[in-house]
Unconditional design. Structure first.
Length: 559
């Protein structure tokens, strides 16, 4: 798939490094990257940034990008997540071709590398419990001390490590550690763990292993085995880079990729931790990983965000070395700008009031021409039925309007979108004084929205034919959290959820929308952009609001 709509406006620091490496023929002119998700949850918008970096830089330089499931922790991984990850990356517009891999395919090879480190005197089996290790490791300001058994012979360590693999010891009883420097100022270089005992069924390999490699040990080896040239990762791994290099150097591996860190994406009014997102799902605080309020790619897809808008957003925010909080309004702007170009327009009434056109024949239906998308001339037109009884939006009528109210009022005239001029003659109320119906007349000479006598009206409002309207459930989504940075002040992030992040209402739509398929994105004129939800079935029509026509939320909520 080709997703390179346009080259970056400027060369960021990662692209500059890659360009220099190509110029110096560092990797024989190759650019081979990888995206290595852990299959322990669904991908979110932060992963989308990493995906765009990994795949697009490879594309721009005639290289390839691998997709690798980094499945070294069987307690949290399953095939559902694997398939969801593949689906999301494909939907974003990227393809790994034949380069799809699992870290678990390299377990035997990584075990061999671990034994090689033991033989070189660079790894040993440690007997300390996790609690004891904290005492020996030292602190950020003070050095650690050598643990007991650090100076065992190679033979003893090989024997213990093989017995670890055979299942002789209990979980947590022993750990294989790198022998580096217990006084290192980088606490991650103080004899870090390479393997731990963990009896747990692996979703691919079953019960064949009871020891599993640690991420920092496995990741650099996976990159080297796959002949990766540039290993891009988020900034929190910068302090782990010395260990990445140490493992490859200690083993004297021929292919030594370069790890390069960039700032991860953080969005306000949401959380970007898979652990926290999983808590929201498990505690049923959202409807699932694809809840349209979630920052997951599947949730955004269900809400109606387009892949092109997400890629454009990732390009706009750029690649830097500085952590920051990005305004979700920028993402919504990209979605709004993309949908404005491609989404067909339809009439929909969210808060209906009945209108009777008294001088329009009761048995007559007219088909009016409506423009599908004024931004896309090729989109053409459709026919919209017009009849004696209509629905208007209740907000478009005021009995006692203020100045500059250009919609409908008693004695006032407005233009119906694609239709006629109408004038309100009578207001009908129920026994409680609530307005239940408007009686109007229309000018038959104004079909199409213009008057032959040249008179002008300032208001144009939307409507649907009551006889032909289809009812739909409308889900109005708002920010998932009430605060910009949930949990940052030490408060339980769950206590900062927005109780009004979902409102459900009904609407009446023009009949053309009755056959809209799940995933179809449209604009309800004057209302916003909406997407047909997969819950639509058996005659039930459900729409999710994707985004409003403008960023009115910011104005109302950030005073």
């Amino acid at each position: 798939m080709n997703t390179a709509e346009k080259p970056p406006d400027s060369v960021d620091f990662i692209r500059a490094i890659v360009a220099a490496d190509l110029e110096n023929n560092k990797y024989g002119g190759r650019v081979e990257t990888r995206f290595p998700p852990e299959p322990n949850g669904y991908l979110h918008i932060g992963h989308a940034k990493a995906i765009c970096i990994d795949f697009r830089i490879a594309q721009e330089n005639g290289g390839v990008c691998h997709l690798r499931m980094d499945d070294t922790n069987p307690t949290k991984e399953n095939m559902e997540y694997v398939e969801a990850i593949k689906k999301d990356i494909n939907w974003l517009g990227f393809d790994w071709g034949e380069h799809f891999y699992y870290a678990s395919d390299y377990f035997e090879q990584m075990y061999g590398y671990a034994e090689a480190l033991i033989r070189r005197g660079k790894a040993y089996v440690c007997d300390l419990t996790p609690e004891e290790w904290l005492e020996y490791r030292g602190t950020l300001t003070g050095p650690g001390k050598n643990p007991p058994g650090r100076d065992r012979s190679v033979e003893e360590n090989l024997d213990l490590f093989r017995r670890m693999r055979s299942g002789e010891f209990e979980d947590g009883a022993k750990v294989l550690r790198a022998r580096i420097d217990m006084a290192s100022p980088n606490i991650h270089m103080r004899d870090p763990a390479l393997y731990r005992i963990r009896r747990f069924h692996h979703y691919r390999l079953g019960d064949g292993w009871c020891i599993y490699p640690m991420y920092d040990f496995a990741h650099c080896l996976e990159d080297s085995i796959e002949n990766i040239t540039h290993s891009f990762c988020s900034l929190e791994f910068e302090i782990h880079r010395p260990l990445y290099d140490w493992v490859l150097d200690a083993l004297e591996l021929e292919n030594h990729p370069q790890q390069i860190e960039f700032a991860r994406l953080n969005l306000n009014y949401t959380v970007m931790s898979k652990r926290r997102l999983l808590e929201l799902v498990r505690e049923k605080l959202v409807s699932g990983w694809d809840d349209p309020r979630m920052p997951t790619i599947s949730g955004m897809r269900r809400r109606g965000y387009t892949a092109r808008a997400i890629r454009e957003f990732c390009e706009i925010i750029g690649v830097t070395k500085f952590n920051s909080l990005t305004d979700v309004a920028l993402l919504e702007h990209c979605v709004r700008a993309d949908l404005n170009k491609i989404a067909p327009r339809y009439l929909a009434v969210m808060n209906p009031i009945k209108v009777v056109i008294e001088n329009f024949p009761a048995d007559r239906v007219e088909l009016l021409d409506a423009v599908n998308n004024p931004e896309d001339p090729a989109a053409g037109c459709r026919k919209v039925p017009f009849s004696r009884e209509l629905y208007l939006d209740r907000d478009d009528f005021m009995e006692d309007p203020p100045k500059k109210f250009f919609r409908l009022s008693p004695g006032g005239e407005v233009r119906l979108r694609y239709g006629y001029f109408i004038t309100c003659q009578t207001v009908i109320k129920d026994e409680n004084g609530a307005i239940v119906e408007l009686r109007c007349t229309y000018d038959p000479e104004t079909r199409g929205g213009s008057a032959p006598d040249g008179r002008k009206v300032k208001g144009t409002i939307h409507w649907v034919s009551r006889q032909h309207a289809v009812k739909a459930e409308i889900r109005l989504y708002d920010r998932l959290f009430l605060v910009e940075n949930p949990g940052a002040d030490g408060t339980d992030f769950r206590n900062q959820l927005n109780p009004d992040s979902l409102a459900v209402t009904e609407a009446y739509l023009e009949p053309e929308l009755a056959k809209a398929a799940a995933g179809t994105c449209v604009q309800f004129e004057r209302q916003g952009y909406f997407c047909v939800d997969p819950d639509s079935r058996d005659g039930k029509l459900v729409f999710n609001r994707t985004v409003t026509l403008r960023d009115s939320w910011a104005k109302e909520n950030r005073k």
